[in-house]
Write a protein that binds this ligand. Structure first.
Ligand code: ASP
Length: 327
């Protein structure tokens, strides 16, 4: 009996359309999920499919309220008995953030595979149909339960924590920089590189939440001043993530202003704008003195996700640092 995979459509280039396939211009989030499925031969032999559309947007417009709605649907399906696995279609721009968010707010027993595409559905060599086929194969694989949320693109299976969009140019747009791949999939044949982990509960509960705490990301650079820090705090940010230079560093005046913000109760996380980086506590910046949190290898976008979730449980910087060591 084939496994039951339920698809949740959210849009993205995988659902995108070009007015003319000979030209680059296109819109993401145009075609509904059933139209994408109809372009993929042989899917019905991989799994029994059902589907629903959550939103149909470019993932640059993904936001907290859609994340929470998505998490609610994923958890409802995972807690029910009607499906064995889920697959989400998503734009690639914020795919790693959504995948990381879901990996933190769902248990790992039910596989949740997220796929996207770099070329619109109407492109001459669209990559969406192949990614969809492989994604369904990964979701339906009997060895997938226990692996939780996975990101599947261009035949590679990534953990959300490590997957990063590293290219805007080809179908192989994602890399697992410091973590390594979980497996690969070629025309529906899945090879895992490691056994499935033990079943565990969700790290955070978002049940009943309709928003997440506001966290802003600021990028550091030569000559960084403090005005945008003030603006973010004045706008109500409860947390700030700095995409620091080097190992999460920033100008002395930015550090001074962030230390004031931290003293007034705003959580300040130091991440790095460098793709392969490790921001360790009390390195060149004295986190103990300023009341900062070090993001380790978590990039700025994902640090924002983790800080938003951490702030739903605590404002204590030490506890938030522990969350960043653990998640
Ligand atoms: N802007 C698009 C999106 O993230 C890009 C893509 O899907 O590749 O929705």
């Amino acid at each position: 009996m084939s496994r039951r995979v339920h698809l949740l459509g959210t849009g993205g280039t995988i659902a995108g359309a070009q007015p003319d396939p000979r030209h680059a211009g296109y819109s993401a989030g145009v075609f509904p999920i059933e139209r994408l499925l109809s372009a993929v031969p042989g899917l019905a032999e991989l799994a029994r499919l059902s589907w629903e559309q959550i939103v149909n947007i470019g993932s640059q417009d993904m936001d907290d309220s859609i994340w929470l709605a998505l998490a609610t649907r994923v958890n409802e399906h995972a807690d029910g008995a009607a499906i064995d696995a889920l697959l989400i279609t998503h734009g690639t721009d914020t795919l790693e953030e959504t995948a990381y968010f879901l990996s933190l707010v769902t248990a790992n027993a039910t596989p949740v595979v997220i796929v996207g595409a770099m070329r619109p559905a109407t492109a001459i060599s669209a990559d969406g149909p192949g990614n969809l086929y492989n994604g369904v194969a990964v979701a339906a694989d009997p060895r997938a339960p226990g692996r939780g949320t996975l990101l599947c693109m261009d035949g590679e299976i990534h953990r959300p924590r490590y997957a990063v969009k590293t290219s805007t140019m080809g179908a192989n747009a994602f890399s697992s920089l410091l973590g390594g791949l979980v497996g690969v999939v070629q025309t529906g044949r899945v090879a895992w590189f490691e056994p499935a982990p033990a079943i565990r509960a969700a790290t955070f509960s978002v049940a009943g939440l309709d928003r997440l705490p506001r966290v802003d990301v600021l990028i550091a650079h030569a000559g960084m001043n403090a005005d945008l820090i003030d603006a973010a705090v004045a706008a109500g940010a409860r947390g700030l993530v700095i995409a620091g230079v080097g190992s999460g560093n920033m100008s002395a005046r930015a550090i001074a202003r962030l230390a004031d913000a931290a003293a007034s109760g705003v959580a300040v996380v130091r991440s790095s704008r460098v793709p392969r980086s490790m921001v360790l506590r009390n390195g060149e910046v004295d986190d103990d003195r300023y009341g900062f949190v070090a993001a380790r290898d978590l990039n700025p976008g994902k640090s924002r996700v983790l800080l938003q979730l951490a702030l739903t449980t605590t404002n204590d910087t030490q506890l938030i640092q522990e969350v960043f060591e653990r998640c």
